[in-house]
Design a protein around this ligand. Structure first.
Ligand SMILES: NC(=O)c1ccc[n+]([C@@H]2O[C@H](COP(=O)([O-])OP(=O)(O)OC[C@H]3O[C@@H](n4cnc5c(N)ncnc54)[C@H](O)[C@@H]3O)[C@@H](O)[C@H]2O)c1
Ligand SMILES: [Zn+2]
Length: 357
């Protein structure tokens, strides 16, 4: 299998060698190069990148604190000031070296500055490598609402270096793994079968091969290419996310820690139950999905089990005209978009999840 994918015209290089980035830099006459990092990617990833790509030795490093709390317009403002100070112009290059926060925020910062300077994503978390780094969604959180301000704009290129995952903490790895599970559940019984073999975090580390990353990226590529602006088909990527976002919002409001992927994993159990009730997901598959996800993610629910989730589901941005819109499964690999559900059905699905804990 080739290790370069082309997504909507830009290249996604999947390789532990970053030498192709050298070629991109040498073949363009950039006036300046900026690399956005947080304290963790500065420590763990920047030395690897600089070592592999000596052409970056004069790049300016822009550092922000790690974490979702930094994904704000205030952080962008600080970065825009820095870009101005250093005379960044449209011939400058902006590199995002980090997880989804760096990618969403850095892409937005670069694309709004002077109406857009080119940016390259070098995702360093599993979530960013298989999900956030492609598809063109950029933005920041605003006024308590996640991703409230932003737009769609594609990177100039993406470099996925699976070696960066070596230093990623286990919980972060599991957060990204949830999106990989989702990609399998919405597209491929064969991929689901392959992933099901992963029984613990250490086999997860060994099992996430460049090939599996590539398969997962291919799922997202095919979907975003059919529907770049999320008008219809792309909604299949929302499987697990309607209830997952409610878990995330509730946890955020109660100041409990729940990573995006952990919320989505638990959301996929509840939404699989909804699928068994409404779109015919076979019972056997519901139990297969439930037991696999609980095996890996049960521990993340215990701390947040007393939150009233129904309160938060109403605020999900995917609920149009007061109705609740879900992506459900007919069977593993066969998603159905725009399924309308009512509150008692949703309540029953969260009760189903609780009954399994
Ligand atoms: N644009 C999209 O399509 C899209 C899709 C999904 C999620 N997202 C966004 O992505 C964000 C979540 O991304 P994330 O899960 O990557 O979180 P993150 O960017 O916060 O990274 C998680 C943590 O891992 C650290 N880290 C990153 N790489 C590391 C490495 N190689 N070694 C050690 N530590 C490392 C980071 O410093 C951070 O502390 C959310 O803001 C979400 O909204 C965007
Ligand atoms: Zn997600």
């Amino acid at each position: 299998m080739a290790n370069i994918l082309t997504v909507e015209g830009y290249k996604v290089h999947i390789s532990n060698r970053l030498s192709r980035l050298t070629k991109v830099i040498r073949s363009n006459d950039f006036s300046a190069i900026f690399i956005l990092v947080d304290e963790n990617t500065r420590r763990w990833c920047l030395p690897v990148l600089r070592n592999a790509v000596p052409a970056l030795k004069d790049a300016f490093i822009l550092e922000i604190l790690s974490g979702e709390a930094q994904k704000t317009i205030e952080t962008c403002r600080m970065l825009w000031i820095e870009l101005q100070k250093r005379n960044a112009d449209r011939q400058s290059l902006f590199i995002n070296l980090g997880g989804g926060v760096i990618g969403d925020l850095g892409g937005f910062t670069a694309s709004a500055y002077l109406r857009g300077i080119p940016f390259i994503n070098i995702p360093t978390t599993l979530l960013a490598q298989i999900d956030a780094s492609i598809g063109g969604k950029l933005g920041v959180d605003f006024n308590g609402v996640k991703n409230a301000i932003g737009f769609f704009k594609n990177p100039a290129a993406v470099f996925v270096h699976p070696g960066f995952l070596k230093t990623l903490p286990d919980d972060e790895l599991l957060s990204g793994f949830a999106e990989m599970l989702k990609h399998a559940l919405i597209s491929s019984p064969a991929m689901w079968k392959e992933i099901k073999k992963i029984r613990d975090v250490s086999s997860l580390r060994d099992g996430i091969t460049p090939l599996l990353i590539q398969k997962s990226l291919l799922v997202k590529k095919k979907i975003v290419e059919k529907d770049p602006l999320e008008l219809n088909v792309r909604k299949v990527l929302n499987f697990g996310h309607t209830i997952g976002h409610a878990f995330e919002s509730g946890a955020l409001a109660e100041r409990k820690k729940l990573l995006h992927g952990h919320a989505v994993a638990l959301g996929m159990i509840a939404e699989s139950h909804l699928s068994s009730q409404l779109t015919g997901l076979p019972e056997k598959q519901l139990h297969e999905i439930t037991s696999f996800i609980l095996h890996h993610y049960r521990k993340f629910y215990s701390e947040i089990s007393d939150i009233n989730w129904l309160r938060w589901i109403k605020y999900d941005k995917k609920s149009a005209q007061g109705r609740l819109n879900f992506t459900l499964l007919k069977s593993i690999g066969k998603p159905v978009v725009n399924c309308q559900c009512v509150e008692p059905e949703i309540d029953a699905s969260v009760q189903f999840l609780k009954s399994k804990l």
